[in-house]
Design a protein around this ligand. Structure first.
Ligand SMILES: CC(C)(COP(=O)(O)OP(=O)(O)OC[C@H]1O[C@@H](n2cnc3c(N)ncnc32)[C@H](O)[C@@H]1OP(=O)(O)O)[C@@H](O)C(=O)NCCC(=O)NCCS
Length: 174
């Protein structure tokens, strides 16, 4: 059974393997940490940054909470939640970032992670979340619509990883 947990040292090796798969597969829709940066000290070196991010203390970064998805002791993927709606959330990254390790995709994990993540969003007091999805990302569109996503519009967007692209915006009411 999948669960979303707080980041912890126990699963750093699994996180690194997941990042490696994402990089090797050239996934652009979601960029995890460069696996080259993940060494033995990485977790404690970066913890203060993640803690500050949760408090909205990182310049230019919306308030964000990071969770890891674990199934039966295996690292499966991640879930990120942005609880406020600044321009960067509205026009670029949305309220939610999520991904499943490449070798585990297509087994229903994406849907389960989003379902669990929406429960977490509710616990944070959110009434709705915005998902922003590249027009070409058919798997994520499918998952989002299965979880009740209501299409709002499609806008032009541009970022380093994806370049110019069309971005679908969906609301999910919690
Ligand atoms: C998006 C993502 C999280 C989905 O995870 P997953 O575990 O593969 O998702 P699921 O197995 O729960 O469901 C995938 C659904 O998409 C469908 N799908 C997958 N590829 C598809 C494609 N190319 N065209 C249409 N549908 C597709 C599957 O059939 C399935 O739908 P179904 O259950 O109705 O058959 C995963 O693909 C991923 O990590 N992608 C890279 C990161 C990313 O894009 N994150 C989201 C950014 S918005």
């Amino acid at each position: 059974m999948v669960e979303l947990i707080n980041r912890c040292p126990e699963y750093v090796a699994g996180y690194k393997a997941y990042c490696r798969e994402m990089y090797d597969s050239h996934i652009t829709y979601f960029k995890p940490t460069d696996p080259e940066f993940i060494d033995d000290e990485w977790f404690f070196r970066t913890k203060p940054w993640y803690d500050r991010k949760e408090q909205g203390l990182i310049e230019g970064q919306p308030v964000s909470f990071h969770y890891w998805a674990i199934d039966n002791g295996q690292f499966i993927g991640e879930f990120q939640l942005r609880t406020e709606f600044p321009e960067k959330v509205m026009l670029d990254i949305g309220s939610i970032g999520y991904a499943v390790r490449v070798s585990e995709q297509g087994k229903g994990y994406g849907k389960e992670i989003l379902r669990l993540g929406l429960e977490i969003a509710k616990q944070h007091g959110m009434e709705k979340v915005l998902l922003t999805i590249n027009e070409n990302n058919k798997a994520s569109i499918r998952v989002c619509e299965a979880l009740g996503g209501v299409w709002e519009d499609t806008i032009d967007a541009c970022n380093d990883a994806e370049g110019q692209h069309l971005l679908r915006r969906y609301w999910i009411t919690l």
